[in-house]
Design a binder for this molecule. Structure first.
Ligand code: CA
Length: 446
């Protein structure tokens, strides 16, 4: 059976063939963490989507036919086997095994990549390549363009367009197929267990980092590759720092705890936020803000269905939040005035949704022809409104200060409407308080 990666490659090659475009798609280069230690290697998402191959030092080259009778070629450049290197740094698939293992037509030594490309790309006027990701690759690529232009004197057509992957590849990635959704459901199940464990374990006196460790332990223990992005464990007013990742403070009774954390599974991200009381019970002001954010999220989720313009999801959440802020006395004026002036941005300063997939902020255009694009089946997006009241905001009553709440789920657009991939994670007030008291996911489902 064809693997999902071969399927993705074939779909891209179909498009490249129509457009007479060759493609050069390198994976990531290892990144130094400090001195002679690298971060754990993660392939680029484009490369992973097309190969499922996790070794560094590789590049995929796709060559559609240039004339009748020719067939398309997929060539993977990769590191050869090396007994000495493999003892130190881990096993390599090797050139001989790659075509069979990965379904590519040919495999070549990655050391020959930039030397072989002038010949392989000869005659293609359009080349898909992402400039700006890796300077060293870019330098090679620019030298390659010069070489190809030099060949023009010999009658070979030189490249006239370098095309960003956004145009074809990222549009493919935006619509998830069954295999991708299967990976995303696994990531969601792992993430659900981690969030439930965090709710059951959080208690006054524990450190944010202990909850972070529990989340990431659960991600790895359940077979995820780890967190899909920097885990946020923000107690009390730390929740008002949107990208808080220090996670080094002590949890206090009476505070809320905002956790934004998701597992990565088979390269696919889950992205979930829950907010719950450290001591297990919401205070009145916390409850009021939480209920408002939850209502806003539900209004936004109801909008998720084919045909809804992307921006309408955010607007639905925003209107509920603005009306609620007026009701609670946190904003003054009419809905129209508040939207016009943007005074709500003191409390809700980010947007409600982003695409989700191999990247946590996944690729794919949000606008088409100057308008918000309509949602389509197979798209996955987050829905994550929030309210953050600065501890230093002098314009609100003291009881509101330092409350930060965000609620985030991952929504798949279906033919009929939507499916919440992360619905298993406690979110209603009663369910959250039950999970804080130690109820498991299985008990909460009853
Ligand atoms: Ca998030």
């Amino acid at each position: 059976m064809e693997s999902m990666y071969t399927h993705h490659r074939r779909r891209l090659l179909d498009r490249l063939t129509q457009e007479r475009t060759a493609a050069v798609i390198p994976t990531a280069r290892p990144k130094v963490r400090n001195h002679d230690c690298d971060y754990r290697f993660r392939p680029t998402s484009d490369f992973w989507y097309l190969t499922g191959f996790a070794e560094p030092g590789a590049c995929l080259v796709l060559l559609p036919p240039q004339s009748e009778g020719q067939t398309a070629r997929s060539i993977l450049f990769l590191r050869p086997r090396d007994v000495e290197q493999e003892i130190w740094n881990g096993k390599r698939l090797g050139i001989e095994a790659a075509p069979e293992a990965l379904g590519v037509d040919e495999a070549h030594d990655s050391a020959d990549l930039w030397n072989e490309l002038p010949e392989l790309l000869s005659g293609y006027e359009r080349i898909l390549y992402r400039l700006g990701d890796e300077e060293e690759d870019d330098r090679h690529f620019i030298a390659l363009l010069k070489t190809l232009r030099g060949k023009a004197r010999g009658g070979v057509r030189p490249p006239v367009r370098v095309i960003d992957p956004a145009e074809y590849l990222h549009e493919l990635r935006l619509i998830k197929d069954r295999d991708e959704l299967s990976a995303m459901r696994k990531a969601a199940a792992i993430t659900a267990e981690a969030h439930a464990a965090a709710m059951a374990s959080a208690a006054p006196g524990l450190g944010e980092q202990q909850i972070e460790a529990l989340l990431e332990y659960t991600f790895r223990r359940r077979g995820g590759s780890g967190p899909a992005y920097g885990t946020i464990v923000a107690g009390g007013a730390n929740a008002c720092i949107l990208h808080y990742t220090e996670n080094d403070q002590i949890l206090r009774d009476g505070d809320l705890l905002l956790i934004d954390a998701g597992a990565e599974k088979e390269g696919y991200a889950c992205d979930v936020t829950r907010t719950f009381p450290v001591g297990g019970r919401f205070s009145e002001p916390q409850r009021a803000i939480y209920e408002l954010v939850l209502r806003a999220q539900q209004a936004a989720i109801e909008k998720v269905r084919p045909g809804t313009p992307f921006d309408a999801v955010h607007e639905a959440a925003l209107w509920v939040i603005v009306d609620g802020l007026i009701e609670l006395g946190l904003c003054r004026g009419s809905r129209e005035e508040i939207l016009e002036e943007g005074s709500y941005k003191a409390f809700f300063m980010h947007r409600t949704s982003h695409w989700l997939g191999l990247d946590v902020h996944d690729c794919g255009a949000y606008h088409q022809d100057g308008k918000a694009r309509p949602l389509e089946p197979g798209m996955v997006l987050t829905v994550e409104p929030g309210i953050y009241i600065s501890p230093d905001n002098p314009d609100v009553e003291e009881r509101w200060r330092g409350i930060g709440v965000r609620i985030e789920d991952d929504l798949l657009v279906t033919a009929e409407g939507s499916e919440n991939l992360t619905a298993a994670i406690p979110k209603e007030l009663d369910a959250v308080e039950a999970a804080c008291a130690g109820a498991t996911l299985a008990e909460l489902r009853k």
